[in-house]
Each structure stands twice: as C-alpha cells, then as structure tokens.
Design a protein around this ligand. Structure first.
Ligand code: SAM
Length: 281
C-alpha cells in the first residue's frame, strides 16, 4: 500500500539484520524513493529485506541542493524514506539539515523507530540510565579531547561517547587522566553482532584490558562513564573547581607547583591539594 505523502526517518539494524522492524520494511518497500548515506552499502540491506525501491544519495555536506530536490519531490506527492548506514538517522549520521528544512517547508516528517547504538549500550551497561548525556564521537585530537573531557569531569549524568577503533586506546588514556582511574565505566563493543562484548569496571581497569588485548581495539565501540559523584563529606574533599584545576595543572607541572597555583586560584589549602594530588597520581 502506498504510504502517506511524507518524509520517513527509518532506523535500520546496527549489526543483526533480524533487528529490522516489520514497520520499517513495510515503509521501505512502499515509498517512492529511499535516500541513503551510502547507496552501495544500503543495497545489501534492501536485498535482504526484499525492498526494490530506487536509492538516491543524501549527505549533510551537500544538503541544500539535495534537500531542495527531495522536498520538491515530496511536495509533488511522492513519499521518501531516509536511512543511514546503520541505526537511527541523524544520530551521529546525516539527516538533521534535511529534517529541519523539511519541517520549515511544511513537509510531514514521520519517524520509524528501531535500533540505535547508544540506547542499546545504555540499556545493558548497568550504569545509571535515568539521566544521561550523549556526546557523539569524541574529538579526534588529544588536545581537544582532553578539553572536552575536562569540561565534563564534574558532570553528574552518565556520559555516552561513540569511538572509533583506531582511537580507542588514546581516548581511554585521556579519560583516565581527566575523569580519574577509579571512575566506573563500561565499554560496549560490536553490539548485536557475533563478538558483542561489555567490559565494565573502573576506567583504569578497562584501559589496561584494552592495551593488553588487541581484539578489544576492533569493531564498533561505545564508551559509557558514570557521572561524577560527590565524595562523602570528611573534610578532606576538594571543590569540583579545585579538582578540575588540579587535574589540568598536574598534566603540565610538578605536583608541588600545581598545588601552589591551585591554592592561589581557588583558595583551597595548599597541603590539602598536595595530599589529594598524591592520592590520585
Ligand atoms: N546512527 C547510528 C546509531 O543510531 O547509533 C550511529 C552511527 S555512527 C556513524 C557509528 C558509531 O556508532 C560507531 O563508530 C560506534 O561508536 C557506534 N555503533 C554503531 N553500531 C554499533 C555496534 N553494533 N556496536 C557498538 N557501537 C556501535
């Protein structure tokens, strides 16, 4: 049956083709055209699902021209589905600009939900899931990555990052540095596939496992980090600002100097800062 005239945002599996929903298949089999991130990649899934509709390419970097053409087709009465290589379009994948322009143009946008890697990881990680922050891919360069992590060091919500296999070791090293060795975390890898793995423990333990086992540096990876928890009040704890300042300065200076400068900046006692620095070193 011909679907309603609209732009359909259709989720596809993140590994296991059996996760394709019947509704997604029905929509893809019946729309006039399917816009895909990579038409050759998607052709395999279309074959598996017995979808025989024409595929066109959509990328966010050439979005204005392509979006205008897509929106004009929908306005002329066609129905169009957007898919990405895997999972939910727009989630670290192209589509945002098209959906935004479609809505501005008064085109109906209908989501067809299904697999999404971050939700798949979060629901099985065992970390607090009532509130979380999805940060997408971590920055590629270590300097920007550390800046990003330092800004999140006192964030109380669970943090979720996408990571690529060739950067996993460097990203974990920077996480240990910025969030501390003891912070609880989970690394979810190859979800819904043959080698699905969850590593859970402290950031330090996960980093060590990944360094020692090259297999853990393969495939598709998500890192989840438990949010910052204020330590029990004993009088020895530092303010979040003092901790953050100490972590940054300890990366650049000897401990004594880092403690002296942090004392000047935050008003904390130098000895207390020095003692804290020794404990986390
Ligand atoms: N749109 C997708 C979604 O809904 O999750 C995400 C696409 S993004 C380009 C690809 C990244 O998502 C991977 O580098 C990895 O971090 C994560 N990812 C995708 N599939 C995964 C899987 N099966 N297991 C673990 N992580 C996955």
């Amino acid at each position: 049956m011909k679907p309603e005239n609209a732009l359909y945002i259709v989720a596809t599996p993140i590994g296991n083709l059996a996760d394709m929903t019947p509704r997604a298949i029905e929509v893809l089999q019946n729309v006039d055209v399917i816009a895909a991130e990579d038409t050759r990649h998607s052709a395999k899934l279309m074959q598996h699902c017995n979808v025989q509709r024409p595929l066109i390419a959509y990328h966010d970097h050439t979005f204005v021209e392509q979006s205008e053409r897509i929106i004009a087709r929908i306005k002329s009465g066609e129905s169009l589905a957007l898919i990405s290589d895997a999972g939910t379009p727009l989630i670290s994948d192209p589509g945002y600009r098209l959906v935004s322009l479609a809505r501005q143009a008064g085109v109906k946008v209908i989501p067809i939900p299904g697999a999404c890697a971050l939700i798949t990881a979060l629901c099985a990680a065992g970390l607090p899931s009532d509130r979380f922050m999805f940060e997408g891919f971590t920055p590629a360069k270590s300097v920007s990555r550390r800046k990003c992590f330092e800004a999140l060091a006192s964030e109380a919500r669970t943090l979720v990052f996408y990571e690529s296999p060739h950067r996993i070791e460097g990203a974990l090293a920077d996480m240990v540095e910025c969030f501390g060795t003891e912070r609880p975390a989970v690394m979810a890898r190859e979800l819904t596939k043959t080698f699905e793995t969850f590593l859970s423990g402290s950031l330090g333990e996960i980093y060590q496992t990944v360094c020692e086992d090259a297999n853990q540096q393969r495939g598709e990876i998500i890192l989840l980090i438990e949010g910052y928890k204020k330590p029990e009040q004993s009088g020895d704890e530092l303010s979040a600002e003092a901790e953050k300042t100490m972590r940054v300065l300890m990366g650049e200076l000897p401990l004594k100097q880092a403690a002296a400068l942090t004392a000047q900046i935050t008003g904390e006692k130098k000895n207390k800062l020095y003692k804290w620095g020794l404990e986390i070193q």
